[in-house]
Design a protein around this ligand. Sequence first.
Ligand code: ZN
Length: 221
Amino acid sequence: MTYKHTWVSGDGIDLPVGKVVCVGRNYAEHAKELNNPIPSEPLLFIKPSTAVTRFERPIKLSSERGEVHYETEISVLIGQKLSDASEQDAVASITGIGLGLDLTLRDVQSQLKEKGHPWEKAKAFDNSCPLTGFVATKHLPSLDDINLKLYINGLLRQQGNSSQMLTAIPALISQISQHFTLLPGDIVLTGTPAGVGALSTGDELRAELDKLCRFHTRVTD
Ligand code: ZN
């Protein structure tokens, strides 16, 4: 199944699917729960376009690679090329806001971190980035007040608000564009709030973006 960006209505968005630039430890409470120091500048990594899949598609666990953790994050769809962009240009480039899962092979990541190796094997694997449809920013109150929630099997497991981000969305996109040119169709994943954990076969996930949208998926083996 080929992934294409869509609006939450299901209508397609005429942008290619590019890279996904992610930020680690952008919520203090999440850095704490994994015993990680709070970084002095955004800790960036990239998932390739082959990591992107539709949120509703069931998540398949691979038994050989250890625990797969969910990290629920606000996703930003970039609509214009950005290089060394100001915060104003960064905001102007935002086409839509949605939710994404930064699926993480946590055991693999711990081993890589111990050795001081890059995280790609733990973060950039195929289908490691399920994305929901997008909402146009005009439907959201403010970039600084976006709520996200994740329920697993009916229990609230993650809850955050973009106001809690260590680097807010405009500054984050601007800073990313100083390292990597962002192209139309690229995605920025803005970090996960506390409450991450391992997925198990049979889990039912419900993610909420503000009061606007609910998205469902489940875990299979
Ligand atoms: Zn993440």
